[in-house]
Ligand binder design. Structure first.
Ligand SMILES: [Zn+2]
Length: 114
């Protein structure tokens, strides 16, 4: 893996991080770098509208959790880059295939271990 290759993956990861945070910002509040909290919607007067909002809130919680997971993986890959440990499979310790890192820059496992 060349430094150039790592720099390109870093650019991918930073872009991904921005996109994820942009989406989270739409409905959640940042608590820490990996932790966001969905804002509870303003309750409407009518019961019917309120139950819609509760449903909407529950949907958003699911979205928030999924985005947080992605964000965690992206941040941990960026940390690994700082420590020159990027691109190593967490299971067998070998280098992860470059094609796999191109497709998924935050990949944690090589093709044979995933
Ligand atoms: Zn492996």
């Amino acid at each position: 893996m060349t430094q150039d290759f790592i720099n390109q993956r870093k650019a991918d990861l930073l872009k991904k991080k921005r996109d994820i945070e942009e989406q989270l910002k739409g409905f959640a509040e940042k608590k820490s770098s990996n932790n966001w909290e969905t804002k509870y919607p303003q309750m409407e007067e009518s019961l019917e509208e309120s139950s819609d909002e509760v449903e909407e809130y529950e949907n958003l919680l699911g979205v928030e959790r999924a985005l947080e997971e992605d964000l965690k993986s992206v941040n941990s890959s960026l940390n690994k880059m700082e420590n020159n440990a990027y691109g190593k499979c967490e299971h067998c310790g070998r280098e992860i295939e470059e094609e796999r890192l191109v497709a998924l820059p935050e990949a944690k496992a090589c093709n044979s271990c995933r």
